[in-house]
Design a protein around this ligand. Sequence first.
Ligand code: UDP
Length: 311
Amino acid sequence: MRIVLAGGAGFLGSHLSDLIISRGDSVVCVDNYITGRQANVAHLLGHESFELLEADICGDFSVDGDVDAVMNLASPASPKDYYEFPIETLDVGSIGTRNLLELAKANDATFFMASTSEVYGDPSVHPQTEDYWGNVNPIGERSMYDEAKRFSEALTFAYHRKHDVAVRVVRIFNTYGPRMQPTDGRVVSNFITQALRGQALTIYGDGLQTRSFCFVEDEVRGFLALLDSDETGPINIGNPGEFTMLELAELVNELTGNAAGIIYEPLPSDDPKQRQPDITQAREKLGWEPTIDLRTGLERTIPHFAEVLGL
Ligand code: UDP
């Protein structure tokens, strides 16, 4: 398969590029580097199955040759990043997604949309099943991301119903691993960076809010299981292991030997109180489930941060 991968130089996109190439398929990586980085795919440059195209999918861009699948991973995805780029986030979820759907349609290719657990907002159903419609504040501080992804899902299904485009929609839960940016503001990046520097870890709010963290290699394996299936989704791909931020902080401090403890800072508005994927569909329809628990995944991630930070 020749796969156009938008956002291919991002954290998830670069790991997905690796997996696609390792199984013998090829990648046309499209990125505008708003949050992605060429360094994430530097090891793939020159590989015969890897093409790199610097372009904004919201603007004019074209891909020559046959295309078998179009995968849309393009978007700022960390809260810190989408707070900084709110309009770009809405544009990429609307105009960018539409341009990629047109590309898929023109090539009779399968379209894969990377959606998010954020479509569930601050969920009142727990764990989250795919049939839950969510609890999203349409004008809240996270709305540029939540609503962009919800719009992307709607547009994807409109092309599927109106134009018969083959589609796959994945809802991604919190993912971590090597190549996360130490400065992206996410909880895993912040905690590991702080711990390696011997600083207290910053807990926002009371630390009793939960997230469920999936190691990146498990996550991207799930993407290809969905792509290869006949399922449209939406389908949750995430690790159901659920932790409070206090538990995460304790684990990071233990694994890094950090004795500086924790400090409390204000909770950002509309911060979801709980999040855990129900992955029954992924298990039953895709035969996928995660294999790497949080402790193991953090043990693999911490050395990457130490190297990047020179610590
Ligand atoms: N968080 C925290 N300390 C930090 C960064 C984040 O306690 O230094 C909290 C944040 O308020 C949220 C959770 O950790 O409740 C996950 O935040 P993140 O930005 O990683 O992802 P989200 O799931 O909110 O998109």
